[in-house]
Design a protein around this ligand. Sequence first.
Ligand code: AP5
Length: 215
Amino acid sequence: MNIVILLGPPGSGKGTVSEHLCRKQHGYVHWATGDMLRREVARGSAVGEEAKGYMKAGELVPDGTIIRIVEARMETMDCDRPILFDGFPRTLRQAELLEDSLARHGAGIAAVLLLEVQPAVLIQRLGGRWVCQDCGAVFHVTNIPPKVEGMCDHCGGKLQQRKDDKPTTINNRLEVYTQKTEALIARYEARGLLKRLRGDQGLEKLAEKINILLA
Ligand code: AP5
């Protein structure tokens, strides 16, 4: 298993660039803990019931729950393609647990890609984001608009706004990132794994730079 971690604040483009890389290159697998949790909430599972209050408020779901979900996925996965971890780990505890888990699977982290974007751009992006309710593809009302308003380019599904993309929740998510996740930058930088990328460049250019870094 070859792990690439995408690190960056809410709205930095982690999901969009991961999806783009998987769709265009088919060389990567995308694991987003936010998507996994939203599926659990939609299913009404015990994990979903536990997570939904935290997600609605823009708070982090407890570390124990997250690591259980990721480990369960790892157990069933025999993957020779690089896995893009999007939104995980998000705390120092999650990072430690991930490293333990990877060591047990004989795997390691190949690189950590940090997407850097100014706060004002993040707020503009999250406020205008539309997501396909069927395939999860992500659009933006002006930055990356769908060909037909309200309809997914890829599967024709209906586009909707995320419940946590409301102004007060967006501000809290950005604050939580600063308080709990930013510490990971120093951890991975000290280990020589961190690669900084401008997340405010065009999607094609960003994907191309990532491909070069990971080649
Ligand atoms: P999650 O779903 O992971 O949300 P997030 O980290 O807040 O990140 P986002 O999905 O909001 O942003 P993104 O960086 O993927 O940006 P996107 O590509 O969509 O987590 C949601 C919640 O789940 C958390 O708050 C927490 O409660 C819980 N959770 C998840 N993981 C957890 C964990 N490990 N531990 C604890 N709790 C966890 O892009 C945003 C917008 O910008 C889009 O509209 C897009 O079209 C546009 N855009 C993207 N790239 C570009 C570009 N290059 N140019 C112009 N526009 C762009």
